[in-house]
Design a binder for this molecule. Structure first.
Ligand SMILES: [Zn+2]
Length: 363
């Protein structure tokens, strides 16, 4: 499975374009108006199958969190290859590749405006302002305004903070998203991102005529090593809950309201897609695959963010921080890569099984 993982964004993009073209998908690229490390304009790609039934659609998206796209792209590549060999499903396929192309290309989880795209999809009436209680206190720890030292006593400080505040409070203060610290971690932005505007404009066309949509958005970095969970960031209807249970099993998902590892975050891609009412039945799940423990992941995020804003791109410390972040969200381990891609393909087949037999889920 390691062969599906690309060495950088440019390679992932060209392989994706090639794989989708081979299957006769229609392909379009959308510029996000900034450049990658090779000096080329960055674009994300959208591929739609041309032969499937447009009323039943599977949407597979990767790279909302930039660097996590190494994994999501590998899943898309593996799926394209399988379809090339075994034939296409009867449902229509829409693939969104490298949505946060800047983060993917520059080894960041955030975008060209330091926005966490999964906190940026606010609904009408929600304001791009505010922060969870506790974020202000944590700001100087999370977002030091200086280049990284060679020794950062992160774990000591983190352990002290966990003792002082408790893990749960800390997690909610950190990962809920904030709208007040533009250079900080988990910044939701001060308006819709370029990616969001592009999706807003074109999603209706890609999903034209759809009645039932299952959308899997691939992520990494949360949960135990090589395990997965479907995270739901909106209130499920009974029908959505039933479809999730039928497709993936009763233990497969955690909804916003009953969650241990998800949290009360605003601005998620899922709730936004569902709220747009592109289809009568739109089921969105964030397929989250675990890598390393949360404190380690947070340490890597902090170091990369610090190096990105306060270091120089050519500094060894900056390069190291970015390499470390990439490894945290896309481990080199062949065993991890094998497991997560196989499990992702299984999830996609389960979703397609449901789309093939819509009557059985009562839709
Ligand atoms: Zn993610």
């Amino acid at each position: 499975m390691s062969r599906y993982f690309s060495k950088d964004y440019a390679e992932a993009q060209s392989r994706f374009r090639e794989g989708a073209t081979k299957l006769g998908f229609s392909l379009e690229s959308h510029s996000i108006g900034v450049q990658g490390p090779d000096g080329n304009d960055l674009e994300f790609d959208v591929a739609c199958s041309t032969g499937g039934d447009p009323s039943r659609v599977i949407v597979l998206s990767s790279g909302v969190h930039g660097v996590e796209g190494y994994f999501g792209s590998a899943v898309q590549m593996a799926m394209l290859e399988q379809w090339t060999q075994a034939g296409m499903p009867s449902a229509k396929v829409v693939m969104l590749h490298g949505l946060n192309a800047y983060g993917f290309a520059w080894s960041r989880r955030f975008n060209e405006e330091n926005i966490d795209p999964n906190r940026n999809f606010l609904l009408p009436g929600e304001a791009f302002s505010g922060s969870p209680p506790g974020y202000a206190e944590l700001d100087s720890f999370l977002n030091p305004k200086r280049p990284p030292f060679s020794f950062e006593p992160f774990k000591v400080k983190a352990a002290w903070l966990i003792m002082q505040h408790g893990m749960k409070k800390l997690r909610s203060a950190i990962a809920t998203g904030q709208y007040d610290y533009p250079q900080g971690l988990f910044f939701g932005g001060q308006g819709p991102s370029r990616m969001q505007s592009i999706l807003q404009q074109h999603m209706p066309r890609w999903l034209e005529g759809s009645e039932q949509v299952i959308h899997l958005d691939f992520h990494t970095g949360l949960g135990d090593w090589a395990t997965w969970k479907l995270l739901i960031d909106y209130k499920l209807t009974d029908l959505q809950r039933e479809t999730l249970t039928q497709c993936f099993g009763p233990e497969s998902f955690e909804a916003n309201d009953d969650s241990e590892i998800a949290y009360d975050a605003r601005g998620g891609f899922g709730q936004w897609c569902v709220a747009q009412k592109y289809a009568q039945h739109y089921l969105f799940a964030c397929a989250e695959f675990g890598t390393y423990p949360p404190v380690k992941v947070l340490a890597g995020l902090r170091a990369e963010n610090q190096a990105h804003h306060w270091g120089r791109a050519e500094d060894t410390s900056t390069r190291k921080a970015k390499q470390r972040l990439k490894n945290l969200f896309c481990p080199e381990s062949p065993q991890w890569r094998e497991t997560v891609v196989q499990d992702s393909l299984k999830l996609i087949h389960q979703a397609l099984g449901n789309l093939d037999a819509p009557g059985e889920s009562g839709t």
